[in-house]
Design a protein around this ligand. Structure first.
Ligand code: B12
Ligand code: SF4
Length: 479
């Protein structure tokens, strides 16, 4: 029997399984570490990492027979998260069910649409809330439920009670390291395009983002940007390196390079320790310069993903991203000069966009000519300004169909003022084909391949991406 069971719901990239990464769910990792520090028996059932089906997940839940079940939900896995909690109630009506994560943080009522499945919704960052809630559940404190900040529950009269708002965790260094020992650390791997055959994990070294792009949910949730100190981050790198043999880390902070000195300090520590570590991160083009990128490269940074989003100046203004086309080109060229693989991500399908904007964005992506470029159709997430705008303009084709809305996988949920969702699908496929099937690009890629393993992983993920792009173009033709 397990006291507290954290369930990472089943998830697969479907047709793009060769492209998507597998990594620990660090939100639950931090929460489990806090619970363990409190002295409870806690386990993580990582159905994504272990590649369990829904039925296998249910069997494992039955085997663990927990007293408390915790599930984290993004919008795409909300339905299956609810299924997991419903099943836990069926298996044991006395079980206490708790749901948290980005989806219920902005849309908590959805968890109570079907009564009797969820006992508690936790809003926002949960380390402090879960500690207090567990004390209440285990009858270890006298603090009444309504005094626990950051939760929603249904009281005896059937009324939904929302307690006072809880702020974010201010000092991240005081948190324990994520409970990596509870994850199947041998099961994780990087994205297909940078699968170096090394043991892989992700890390989060800061929370929030200082910017407010109109389509982004992260920017709406965290009230302000916070960082872990270089010392604290390096401690976690050492843990992953020494205890789990991790040699490839993806820093999945929304914006890794806000504080240059912190990054340079982390790089210095990696170099001083002579670690054989490869790593990658996400950042914005206006947050990098040559000094920073060369320091990162010398400490093992192999790849940087720049969120670019559109390919024309007016577009940046409209999405509230204070960057310009020149800044994008400049950042990519500096990274190239430093020997870092560049990746850029674009979004197609902002409300005002038509064929002209599609062409501009694709043209610009080709001009930037990063090593890898991703094109996705906009998925407006609840509580973002763009979501509100799309709803107001009646641009949703499938309002509630977020299920299985996985990377590049499914039909667009939206249309624009000028393009249908089928046309958007077509443009998304066409963008991929136009970008990748240029002889100059193929030759650039071939020249850079260093090993048979690298060739294989690039070939298979490239092949799957192109196949999907062809399908999108064929399905979207004729409108
Ligand atoms: C790593 C990551 C992934 C990994 C997930 C790995 C895994 N094993 O689960 C991968 C690459 C697989 C992934 C996939 C997807 N992701 Co993702 N991902 C992230 C990312 C970059 C970091 C998550 C993280 O570790 N954060 C740090 C931790 C500490 O924060 P946290 O997860 O929010 O957790 C805190 C609270 O939310 C809360 N909490 C979280 N879980 C729980 C559970 C309980 C019980 C409680 C009480 C509290 C709680 O407490 C935590 C600690 O304070 C975030 C962006 C971000 N900055 O968070 C996007 C993000 C979560 N992903 C997002 C999306 C859209 C997706 C995809 C749908 C993308 C796609 N189109 O395919 C898929 C869906 C996958 C699925 N079905 O679950 C969105 C979610 C928006 C939304 N409302 O749905 C985010 C917010 C990015 C964004 N800005 O839009 N993702
Ligand atoms: S910079 Fe990135 S994480 Fe920050 S608000 Fe914009 S899209 Fe979101």
């Amino acid at each position: 029997m397990t006291d507290v069971l954290c369930v990472v719901t089943p998830f697969s990239y479907g047709r793009l399984d060769s492209v998507g990464p597998k990594c620990p769910n660090l939100g639950l990792g931090f929460i489990a570490a806090v619970i363990e520090e409190m002295g409870y028996d806690v386990k993580i059932l990582d159905c994504f990492g272990l590649e369990l089906t829904k039925e296998e997940t249910f069997k494992e839940m039955e085997r663990h027979n927990p007293n408390v079940v915790l599930v984290g939900a993004v919008t795409a896995n909300f339905t299956i998260s609810m299924d997991v909690l419903k099943k836990s109630k069926e298996l044991n009506p006395a079980v206490v069910t708790v749901i948290g994560g980005p989806h219920v943080t902005v849309n908590p009522e959805s968890a109570f649409e079907e009564r009797g499945v969820v006992d508690f919704v936790v809003i926002g960052e949960a380390e402090e809330t879960i500690a207090e809630l567990l004390c209440y559940i285990k009858k270890k404190s006298d603090v009444p439920l309504h005094r626990i900040k950051g939760i929603i529950y249904v009281d005896e009269s059937g009324k939904m009670v929302r307690t006072e708002k809880r702020g974010v965790v201010k000092f991240l260094d005081k948190l324990p390291m994520p409970a990596y020992h509870l994850f199947p650390m041998d099961r994780y791997h990087s994205y297909g395009w940078l699968n170096l055959g090394r043991k892989f994990s992700t890390m989060i070294t800061s929370r929030g983002c200082p910017f407010k792009c109109r389509f982004c949910q992260s920017s709406q949730q965290a009230q302000f940007w916070r960082q872990r100190s270089a010392e604290n981050v390096f401690k976690e790198i050492q843990l992953l390196y020494d205890v789990y043999g991790i040699r490839h880390i993806y820093f999945q902070d929304d914006e890794f390079c806000v504080n240059h000195q912190r990054i340079i300090d982390i790089c210095d520590k990696i170099k001083e320790a002579k670690m054989d570590l490869a790593w990658e991160c996400l950042t914005r083009v206006n947050h990098v310069d040559e000094a920073l990128l060369s320091s990162m490269a010398s400490a093992g940074c192999k790849s940087v993903l720049f969120g670019v989003e559109t390919g024309y100046e007016e577009g940046f203004k409209k999405i509230n991203k204070p960057i310009s086309c020149d800044m994008v080109v400049r950042a990519v060229r500096i990274a190239e000069k430093c020997g870092i693989m560049t990746r850029t991500a674009f979004i197609l399908g902002f409300p005002w966009e038509g064929e002209e904007e599609m062409r501009k964005t694709i043209k610009f992506a080709k001009k930037v000519n990063a090593d890898l470029t991703f094109f996705n159709v906009l998925t407006p997430y609840p509580e973002t300004p763009l979501h509100e705008e799309m709803v107001a303009k009646n641009l949703f084709e499938q309002p509630d169909n977020y299920d299985m809305h996985i990377i590049h996988g499914t039909d667009p949920l939206i249309r624009t003022e000028k393009l249908t969702s089928k046309q958007l699908r077509y443009w998304c496929g066409r963008a991929v084909l136009e970008f990748y099937l240029r002889p100059s690009y193929i030759w650039k890629k071939v020249k850079k391949v260093k090993s048979w393993g690298e060739f294989k992983s690039n070939f298979f993920s490239g092949n799957d991406l192109l196949k999907l792009a062809f399908k999108k173009v064929l399905a979207g033709r004729g409108e």
